[in-house]
Design a protein. Structure first.
Length: 461
C-alpha cells in the first residue's frame, strides 16, 4: 500500500512542472522531479538515496552543500509545514557547484495512520514567492551559515571561514589577494580572534600549499629555543628534496614580543636567503607601535609592512557572533554525543551581552560545554558553563555607595543611567547596537542620553 502511494505521488510530480523532491522519514531523497534537475543541474541518480543533513564538514563537497540546503527543519519532522529562504547550489561543469540561486523551500510533511511523518514534499520557488510561515531562528541561522559557506567555497575554495561582518569579509578578501603572491604580511588582532586560522587558510590557498606551515610562539619560547628552532628549520629546508619537507610559511606568534637577537638572525638569514619562505607576523598591536616602544627593530618591522590584516575583537563583530555559535553547535553535533541543535532566545541574549575577552576561542569552548551540559535540543541559559556565568558577573558594574535618594524620579534616573551605561559598555559605545539590544530606536536613545546628561559632542541631534 505504501509502495503504491509512493508511486502515485512520484507519477503525479513527474508529470508536473514542479521544482521539487520527496524525502522519506530518514530525510533521504527518494524522488527528484525533472524540474529540479533542469533548474539545478543535479540528476536524479546523483541525489536519490542521499541524506539531507544540516551538518557540514569543512571538507564538504558540492553535493553535500546541496543536500544540506534541502535539510528540513525540526518542526517539519514533527508534522508542521514550513517555508525558508535558502541558496540552492547549482551543479557546474565537472560536478563542482559554482553558482547558486535564491529560492524559497516549502516543506509539506505527509503522515501515516499513526500521525508519523513518512514523506516530505519539498517545493522550490523563486525568492519573491510568498512564504507559508516564518522559520524559527535556528533554521534561519543554519540557512545563512550554509549560504555563507557556499559563497566562500565558491569564491575562495574554502568554507571554513565563518563571518559576515565587514571586518571578516575584508580580511578574507585580503587573504585571497595574498594567496596569489608571496609577500610577507602581518595580522593584527587579539588572541583568539582567528589570526592563526586565517594565516593557515592563506597558506592553504596559496602557491606554496604543498610546503610546510610552521608556527613559532615568540612569547612562550626563550631566545635560545627560538634560534635553535630556526636553525633546524633552515637546515631541514635546505636538505629537503620534496615540497612537504620545505618551510613555505613561517608564522611568528606575538611577533611584537620576539627577542631582539632573534629579529637580527631573521634579518640576516631568512630575509636575505629567502628560498621561498613567507614570513607572517601575528600580534595584538601593530608592529610600528612596538618599534616606537623600542621592542622591534625597524628592519624587522619593515619585513611585514606590505599588507596588514586587522581582526577586531569578537564583541565588535556582532554579525559574526550567532553564525559562529550555530557553526560550533553543528560542529559538536558531528564530533560529540550531544542532542543540542539550537539556542533559545534567552541563551542568545546572554551571548550578545557578553564581551568575550577570549574571543572566538572562548565562544567555541562555551558552546562546546553548553552542548555537553544540555539534555535538550535547545540550549538554555542553565546550560552555560560556570566560567561563562562567572565572567558575566565580573563584567557587571559594581554597586557604588551613593547619597540618599531624595525622590522616586531621581531613583529612576539613576537606574536608567546604570542600564544605559552597562549596555553602551557591552556594545563598546556603538549606539546603534545598544538601541537594538534595548528595543528602542536610535533617535529615542539619543533623546534619553541627552535628557540624562550622557550625550557626546558627536551624537546625532
Amino acid at each position: 500500500m505504501a509502495r503504491r502511494k509512493r508511486n502515485l505521488l512520484d507519477s503525479t510530480l513527474v508529470q508536473s512542472d514542479a521544482v521539487a523532491c520527496v524525502l522519506d522519514a530518514e530525510r533521504r531523497i527518494r524522488f527528484v522531479t525533472p524540474g529540479l534537475t533542469e533548474q539545478t543541474g543535479w540528476e536524479a541518480d546523483q541525489l536519490e538515496g542521499l541524506l539531507c543533513s544540516p551538518l557540514l564538514s569543512d571538507t564538504a563537497d558540492s553535493v553535500e552543500f546541496f543536500t544540506a540546503a534541502l535539510a528540513p527543519p525540526a518542526c517539519v519532522m514533527e508534522g508542521t509545514p514550513c517555508s525558508i529562504d535558502v541558496v540552492l547550489p547549482r551543479r557546474g561543469r565537472g560536478g563542482e557547484s559554482l553558482t547558486g540561486s535564491q529560492v524559497t523551500l516549502t516543506y509539506m510533511p505527509l503522515t501515516d495512520e499513526d500521525c508519523s511523518v513518512n514523506r516530505i514534499i519539498v517545493l522550490a520557488r523563486r525568492e519573491n514567492a510568498p512564504a507559508a510561515s516564518a522559520p524559527p531562528m535556528t533554521q534561519r541561522l543554519h540557512a545563512e551559515l550554509t549560504t555563507l559557506r557556499l559563497e566562500f567555497r565558491r569564491r575562495y575554495s574554502d568554507g571554513s571561514w565563518i563571518g559576515d561582518s565587514a571586518a571578516s569579509r575584508l580580511a578574507l578578501n585580503q587573504g585571497q589577494m595574498l594567496s596569489t603572491s608571496e609577500c610577507d604580511f602581518e595580522i593584527i588582532g587579539p588572541s583568539g580572534s582567528g589570526r592563526r586560522h586565517l594565516a593557515g587558510l592563506i597558506h592553504t590557498l596559496g602557491m606554496n600549499r604543498d610546503t610546510s606551515f610552521v608556527i613559532l610562539e615568540c612569547r612562550l619560547l626563550t631566545a635560545p629555543q627560538l634560534l635553535d628552532a630556526l636553525r633546524q628549520l633552515r637546515q631541514a629546508s635546505a636538505d629537503a628534496t620534496a615540497a612537504p619537507g620545505r618551510v613555505g610559511t613561517l608564522v611568528l606568534m606575538e611577533a611584537d614580543q620576539c627577542p631582539r637577537e632573534v629579529q637580527e638572525w631573521i634579518l640576516k638569514h631568512i630575509s636575505e636567503e629567502r628560498r621561498g619562505v613567507r614570513l607572517v607576523a601575528l600580534a595584538e598591536q601593530p608592529l610600528e607601535e612596538a618599534e616606537q616602544a623600542g621592542w622591534v627593530l625597524h628592519g624587522f618591522r619593515m619585513l611585514f609592512s606590505a599588507v596588514r590584516i586587522t581582526l577586531p575583537p569578537l564583541h565588535h563583530r556582532s554579525e559574526d557572533l550567532l553564525l559562529l555559535a550555530q557553526y560550533f553547535i553543528e560542529d559538536n553535533q558531528r564530533t560529540q554525543d550531544t542532542s543540542a541543535e539550537s539556542m533559545s532566545d534567552e541563551f542568545v541574549q546572554k551571548l550578545q551581552f557578553y564581551r568575550w575577552p577570549g574571543n572566538i576561542r572562548e565562544l567555541r569552548q562555551v558552546i562546546s560545554e553548553a552542548c555537553q551540559n544540555s539534555f535538550s535540543s535547545v540550549l538554555e541559559p542553565d546550560d552555560l558553563p560556570f566560567s561563562f556565568r562567572a565572567g558575566m558577573q565580573s563584567q557587571q558594574l559594581p554597586d557604588l555607595p551613593s547619597p540618599a535618594v531624595t525622590s522616586l524620579e531621581e531613583l529612576l534616573r539613576r537606574f536608567e543611567r546604570d542600564v544605559l551605561t552597562q549596555t553602551l559598555e557591552a556594545c563598546s559605545g556603538n549606539k546603534a547596537e545598544a538601541a537594538r539590544r534595548l528595543g528602542m530606536t536610535r533617535p529615542r536613545l539619543y533623546r534619553r542620553l541627552r535628557s540624562l546628561g550622557m550625550e557626546d559632542d558627536d551624537d546625532e541631534s
